[in-house]
Write a protein that binds this ligand. Structure first.
Ligand code: ATP
Ligand code: MG
Length: 377
């Protein structure tokens, strides 16, 4: 297939050796599939191969467009990229799109450990508008030292288990899991888990630390925002505007085909200068909207928990746009950095440049692979 080799997709394979068990992380995005194969060597995660494949052509549309492919087509695309990247294992973990889930933060009354699941399930019903037998429910207790209080009475109540608990609840419709299982089976992959993409991203790009950071994932279809404190998710938000919307807006404003608009977006971004004034304007208007919405989420968090965010970490293909960080820095008035998930892996030095550019796009796939690797030994 031609488009496997065009500039929009890449597959790089190297560093093969027979020793050590390899694992794959899979990210099926709306516009592209990303895969990463790693293995453990002397306690370090070593990159073996990785690749990306645009889904547009499988849906009869352009590269960079978001798609809504049936599972048979997704399986075909996944098979193609695994082959192209020359992966050598079926052991894997697969990320689920944030849009497949419903995330809520709930507070439950103090209960005994063994009653937790039941109480959470009962409480979650109030927030989840579908029958409980149609969803898979997952939860995680937010550690109490993270609650915004220093009150001594409350502290003592906490230690005796008499204090309300904050819980992060995630509901995923069974249909999504079934679909992903069917895709994995068709391709022969053996995933040991399906994980919400936000957890993969956070694992891959957030370092230990007590400060609150924001991860922004600008994909083709949407921009996702996660606020993380001490490694724990405290808020998440989907903004229904992604990089594809910028392409479509350019196409409309400058009367270009979608392919021409996509190329212009990727070639110049915000760095086109006076000659590309209109291009710059269209992109800026779209990004301003996304930044405005992001800032609203951040302010909301800061007000609720009385904490400042110290850093914004950029992930997803959309942030690769030239000039993105400069505009983001002005809008957020805080430190803004590109995610460097390849930094968590041992990689060949001569490809450092390539990894620093591709980094933001591979956060989800790398995070998934890292979790799968941690399951070995
Ligand atoms: N160099 C670049 N400059 C500007 N935009 C880019 C660049 N490279 C990729 N993009 C855009 O990034 C988007 C793809 O990003 P990504 O692969 O993260 O999306 P996805 O995971 O498929 O989407 P989603 O997460 O919304 O489902 C496309 O819309 C593409 O046009
Ligand atoms: Mg994505």
């Amino acid at each position: 297939m031609d488009f496997l080799n065009n500039i929009f997709s890449s597959a790089t394979s190297f560093l093969f050796s027979k020793r050590g068990q390899s694992v794959i992380g899979v990210d099926i995005g709306s516009s592209a599939i990303k895969i990463v194969q790693i293995k453990k060597k002397r306690g370090r995660a070593v990159l073996e191969t990785y690749g990306e494949l645009a889904l547009g052509p499988y849906a009869g549309t352009e590269v960079g467009r978001s798609t809504n492919l049936p599972k048979e087509k997704l399986a075909e695309a996944l098979r193609d990229i695994l082959k192209e990247a020359k992966t050598t294992t079926m052991q894997s973990g697969i990320a689920l799109p944030l849009s497949s889930s419903l995330i809520s933060f709930i507070t439950i009354p103090p209960v005994e450990e063994k009653q937790l699941a039941e109480v959470i399930s009962l409480e979650a019903r109030k927030y989840i508008p579908v029958p409980m037998n149609e969803i898979m429910l997952d939860y995680s207790i937010i550690p109490q030292e993270d609650s915004p209080t220093d009150d001594l009475d409350v502290q003592s109540a906490k230690s005796t288990g008499k204090h309300p608990q904050d819980v992060l609840v995630i509901a995923i419709h069974n249909e999504y899991i079934n679909n992903y299982q069917a895709i994995a089976t068709a391709v022969g992959l053996q995933p040991s888990f399906y994980e919400m993409e936000l957890f993969s991203s956070v694992r891959a790009v957030v370092d230990q630390g007590i400060q609150s950071v924001v991860v922004i994932d600008m994909g083709a279809q949407a921009t996702k925002l996660y606020i993380v404190e001490r490694g724990i998710l405290r808020a998440s938000h989907i903004i229904n505007r992604g990089s594809q919307d910028i392409t479509l807006a350019i196409s409309k404003a400058l009367a270009l085909t979608v392919v021409e608009a996509e190329n212009l977006k990727r070639s110049f971004g915000l760095s086109g200068g006076p000659e590309y004034k209109e291009l710059t304007e269209v992109i800026t208007v779209n990004l301003d909207y996304i930044f405005y919405e992001s800032n609203a989420s951040i302010l909301n968090y800061q007000k609720k928990y009385k904490k400042n965010v110290s850093k914004i970490i950029l992930t997803g293909g959309g942030v690769l746009l030239k000039g993105f960080t400069d505009l983001a820095k002005i809008s957020f008035q805080t430190e803004v950095v590109y995610a460097n998930p390849f930094g968590k892996l041992e990689t060949p030095a001569f490809l450092a440049e390539q990894f620093s550019v591709a980094g933001p796009e591979f956060a989800v796939a790398i995070g998934c692979a890292l979790r799968r690797l941690s399951e070995i030994d």
